[in-house]
Design a protein. Sequence first.
Length: 282
Amino acid sequence: MLERLAASLSPARLLNALAAIAPVSLDAGIAYGPSDRHRLDIYRPRAAGPHPLAVFIYGGGWEEGDRETYRFVGSALASAGIVTVIPDYRVYPEVRFPGFIEDGAAAVRWAYQNAASFGADPEQLVLIGHSAGAHIAAMLALDPQWLRAERLPNNLVRGLVGLAGPYDFHPDTPTRRIIFGLDRDRAPTQPISFARRDAPPALLVSGRGDRVVDPGNATRLAQRLEDVGASAEVKFYPHASHESLIGAFSPALRFVAPVFRDTVDFISRTAATQPAYERATA
């Protein structure tokens, strides 16, 4: 995704063409629910597992997006030894908040329940999201109700990677006000409202050149998490924009920012660790 993939997919096609030569396996178009948008792709290392498991949720302003656009992300992570699930999910106008959150939870449930069949360890599950997808991932990681509704274990998520995410924002367009509710209390739609002591460790990154999502979202969420005793790390990349931040997962653009390396390092440090709640009560 470069220079707004929603407007022009050619940069993503180039990155995906390069990703096609990566030594990974792809299982595409697997159903995790009844809708046409309830489909996911799995990127697997060719080496025997079990491997850490990442669910990557892409952005698109809660209005658009396509899992196939992000082949370069799935291939990059799988090449680093991380089984990666990339789901589509329903967007506006088909659904409003919390429909896309519920779809994200359903995709996590499918990934968790089926992890062993594709070489992943369900106990090493990390959520990654970019832009609106980072909002969804953060809601799933911080507000327990969504994964609980799918009858998943408490403290299932071992880590959260938020890439240029909106975690504390005011819906700023007529459509966004419809998506999140014209007369709705803003707090229940915001990840920052659900900061808790036993939250999974978070890596929150943004580009200094981001003109789409205020990088201050990362700072505010990290501060709130630290205030309640949780672990949060913030990184800002001076030369990255909103679009090139995710593009830098591709080997062709890693000179823009070390976001891919930092993400993989974070997963290696957190995926297999004991959850904060278990450490506190051991």
